[in-house]
Write a protein that binds this ligand. Structure first.
Ligand code: 0A1
Ligand code: ZN
Length: 886
């Protein structure tokens, strides 16, 4: 393998040829599969003469015909990645290719592969080229038919995209099905499934009265566990009609759950394929978190039908066009189905814990990357989650109505097209006649902007001034940045905690009215566009406490001059629930960083009593949503704190977080006990907001109590485990118990496995829980689990649970003796031979190595170098490892 080639956005060229129709035939066999592909081709420019270059990876060419005539050997060139037809006919022509593939040996899980005896496909981003030779790029949109032939007893169910138009029996115990998809689509949305599957059947009547048949396919024994997925699908279909006026466009919608899948799920046109952990749930086996994830991901894939499929991406650099937008849509859907504030808190936490570190590390890239080696490496939290924040900012700036008008125009202009992020921007702008200044920089500049705010009150002039200063940190390949367009939603609180009425602001020396029909407003959105900027609120009767960046209106790190008293005040009174939580988090982050420094200087740790009292009042406030309370009493994660340090110190951060949690457990024991007593689950499990909020509060309290050293709480936690009637409660109690090494932990972990060994999804939770443990020396246990019969390096979910879980353990992964890094290095090299996509996700755990002390840096660097020197390394792992070292 030569040095892998980097692909650049600036080199994008329109294709020389387009495809109109694609007729595929699959002969699925036990040793090999034969693919026949008949394509009608036409040139972009009539009369032009260019070679036609097709992609192909691991496909064996059998024959090739142009306009029904076999091509001669010197009419085409075949290399390991392409099939080039040197001088195709001028004008339109048909191309017919027959090739052979071996799905049975395909452990990469892209292209056509086998999962638990069934055939299935994964084509995004560039997997279709592992099935047949094709112009495998999203701007080639064509109408497909797909005929599948297979043994009838082994593969009774044959599925592809679109409508089933014919099926029947064939000689030799075989049968066939012919599918036709009436919508043009890019190759990445092609799908095929063949196997022994049963379905849960239901239907949905659209707002225009069409009846859609819905089917969720799994092995027969799992069908009972698809009830929640079906409920989620119907809720998503209704929501998209209500909120965006978008109706489903075919008569059939299939979802298939497979146990071997690299990612969460895939939005193939009318044949969504899911990782089974995002479909299967029952109260006994799945937790509230799993139920919520299923709701969100079923929604996400369904929403792609419009944002992704009907309107798709011109090229893979535009990935956030569909992913940022669809994540935003699934976030809004989940908000509307549960609690908006809590959903926002969860999404922002995710951004801070995963995207911020990426944005300040060697893999930092803009929402629309400028280049890639392997596109699979760019299905990132930046493209997805930061991309969703960018979409959210349009809504913050335009309001719900304006945003909807922008969406309507986007579909009106681009239905059936493959487009760019600028096209989305232009639709939002044009539908609203909006001035978005330099908003497009959000797509091209990487790095999390830092915004510093200072405030002052002038009692004589009754003015309140906010000064903003923004800085975008340098990132690889982007040393100098322009100031960004940052919407800052805010309100000003008076001394009794109410929002002050706001009527006008001086900005750039101009007085602007912000009142609404001459009535004051109680919150507003400032538009920062410069490096330094000042806003002066007039007619402010007293010094207010500003509540800034309400609802987290822009993906920035904000630093204010608010005092601790101001923050406690916001924690108690802010009408913006998100900012109430945020005030608590800012206080907690400050506190944790201070204690980390104390710990590093061998000082005795003391917990600020005001902080304890602040949490006590939240915990006992019966007017608050219980899930909100659970979030508000949870400390920022260890990763988040390490991310804020000059040199990340895993041991100190872990010690401090544990110290604070123990102190809180002691100080708030009575309140935690009450929270447990008062919020036990009712007999039958129901997944709805009030019920899951009770469980969240109870289980958060339980985790605190389990840290105490008395027999009373130890018994309580054990009883919660034994008496639990659903997985949410049972697993929460197990997590609580597993925090402390000892006999109880060992017994209960063994008990849990014995109870659930027949259920691989539950067993994966058990693997992850142990892998993440911060108990000293846990690496030995993790190594043993590698050889446990429940583990399999070929199954991505198991790898994510055990290896991914281990990389998330602050203390053991970063062990000073280098054992954690060495372990990961070994596993990555083994895994790379099986599944490069999964190996590359695992090697990413090394990417932040420069954030640690010199000793750890050397240990991690040595592993990265060793990986890079391995023979036959995949491009996937090469890209992450080499960029990490650069
Ligand atoms: N488009 C899917 C995610 C996905 C991406 C790549 C995959 O294989 C490499 C699989 C799924 C989504 O956003 O849900
Ligand atoms: Zn998606």
């Amino acid at each position: 393998m030569g040095t892998p080639k980097e692909i650049f956005l600036k080199d994008y060229k329109m294709p020389d040829y387009y495809f109109d129709t694609v007729d595929l035939k699959f002969l699925l066999g036990e040793e090999k599969t034969i693919v026949n592909s008949k394509i009608t081709v036409f040139p972009r420019v009539e009369g032009s003469k260019f070679p036609l270059v097709l992609n192909g990876d691991d496909v064996k060419l059998i024959s090739i015909k142009v306009n029904n005539e076999d091509l001669k050997e010197d009419d085409y060139v075949l290399d390991s990645r392409h099939l080039t037809i040197l001088s195709p006919p001028t004008g339109s022509f048909t191309l017919e290719i027959v090739n052979e593939i071996c799905p049975q040996n395909n452990t990469s899980l892209e292209g056509l592969y086998k999962s638990s005896g069934n055939f299935c496909t994964q084509c995004e981003a560039e997997g279709f080229r592992k099935i047949t030779f094709y112009q495998d790029r999203p701007d080639i949109m064509a109408k497909y038919t797909c005929r599948i032939e297979a043994d009838k007893s082994l593969y009774p169910v044959l599925l592809s995209n679109g409508n089933l138009i014919e099926q029947g029996d064939l000689e030799g115990g075989k049968h066939y099905a012919l599918w036709e998809d009436p919508f043009k689509k890019p190759s990445y949305l092609f799908a095929l499934v063949a196997g022994k599957l049963a379905s849960r059947d239901d239907s949905f009547v659209t707002r225009s009265g069409r009846k859609i048949s819905l089917k969720i396919w799994t092995p027969a024994e799992d069908v009972p566990k698809t009830e929640h997925a079906m409920y989620s699908l119907k809720a998503a279909m209704k929501w998209d009609e209500d909120v965006f006026g978008l109706e489903y466009d075919l008569d059939l919608f299939n979802v298939v759950a497979v146990p071997d899948f690299n990612m969460g799920a895939m939005e193939n046109k009318s044949l969504n394929i899911f990782n089974s952990k995002l479909v299967l749930a029952s109260p006994e086996t799945a937790s509230d978190g799993d139920y919520a994830a299923i709701l969100g991901v079923i929604g996400h894939e369904y929403f792609h039908n419009w944002t992704g499929n009907r309107v798709t991406c011109r090229d893979w650099f535009q990935l956030s066009l569909k992913e940022g937008l669809t994540v935003f849509r699934d976030q809004e859907f989940s908000s509307d189905m549960g609690s908006r504030a809590v959903k926002r808190i969860a999404d922002v936490s995710r951004l801070r814990n995963y995207q911020f570190p990426q944005d300040s590390g060697p893999m930092a890239h803009p929402v629309r990357p400028h280049s890639y080696i392997k596109m699979d490496n760019f299905y990132t939290v930046t493209v997805y989650e930061k991309g969703a924040e960018v979409v959210r900012m349009y809504k913050t700036l335009l309001g719900s109505q304006g945003f909807r008008e922008g969406m309507d125009l986007y579909f009106k202009r681009h239905d059936g097209q493959a487009v760019t992020c600028e096209d989305f921007y232009a639709a939002m702008r044009d539908a609203n006649d909006a001035d978005f200044a330099n908003f497009l920089l959000w797509y091209s500049q990487a790095g999390t902007p830092q915004v510093k705010v200072t405030s002052s009150y002038n009692s004589d002039g009754r003015t309140f001034t906010l000064k903003f200063r923004q800085e975008v940190p340098p990132t690889p390949g982007q040393a100098v940045k322009e100031p960004m367009f940052i919407p800052v939603a805010l309100g000003l609180l008076d001394s009794s905690g109410n929002n002050l009425g706001l009527s006008s602001i001086y900005h750039d020396g101009v007085l602007q009215s912000i009142s609404d029909n001459d009535q004051p407003v109680y919150s507003t959105v400032l538009r920062l566009t410069k490096k330094e900027e000042e806003f002066v609120f007039t007619n402010i009767p007293e010094r207010p406490v500003p509540s800034l960046l309400r609802g987290y209106s822009a993906p920035v790190r904000m630093e204010t001059d608010l005092s601790d008293d101001d923050l406690f005040f916001l924690l108690a009174y802010d009408s913006d629930e998100f900012n109430r939580w945020e005030a608590g988090q800012v206080l907690a982050r400050k506190l944790m960083l201070q204690l980390v420094s104390d710990h590093q200087h061998n000082k005795t740790l003391v917990l600020n009593s005001k902080f304890v009292e602040g949490l006590r009042s939240i915990l006992t406030d019966s007017s608050l949503d219980k899930e909100f309370i659970a979030k508000a009493i949870t400390l920022p994660g260890e990763g988040e704190i390490m991310d804020m340090m000059e040199v990340a110190d895993p041991d100190a951060v872990h010690a401090v977080r544990t110290f604070i949690r123990k102190q809180l457990a002691n100080a708030l024991k009575a309140e935690f006990l009450a929270a447990v007593e008062n919020n036990r689950s009712s007999a039958a499990y129901v997944f709805n907001h009030p019920e899951l909020a009770r469980r969240a509060l109870k289980n958060t309290a339980l985790a605190y109590l389990a840290l105490l050293e008395d027999a009373e709480t130890a018994n309580l936690v054990l009883n919660e485990y034994k008496n639990a009637s659903n997985m949410t409660d049972q697993f929460a109690a197990l997590v609580a118990i597993a925090q402390k090494p000892g006999e109880t932990r060992d017994t209960i972990l063994a008990d849990f496995y014995a109870k659930w060994q027949h259920d691989y999804l539950v067993v994966n939770k058990w693997l992850a829980l142990q892998a993440m443990s911060d108990i000293p020396g846990n690496i030995e246990n993790v190594k043993n689990l590698l050889n446990h019969k429940a583990f399999d390096l070929r199954n991505p979910n198991k790898v994510y649970s055990l290896i991914g879980g281990f990389c998330g353990s602050t203390v053991n992964f970063h062990a000073k003796d280098g054992s954690g890094y060495e372990f990961l290095g070994e596993v990555v090299m083994q895994l790379d031979k099986i599944n490069p996509q999964v190996a590359s996700r695992m090697v990413s755990a090394f990417s932040r190595w420069k954030r640690y002390d010199e000793h750890r840096q050397n240990l991690a660097k040595a592993q990265l170098e060793k990986i890079l020197s391995a023979n036959g390394l995949s491009e996937n792992v090469f890209e992450i490892a080499s960029k990490s070292l650069a």
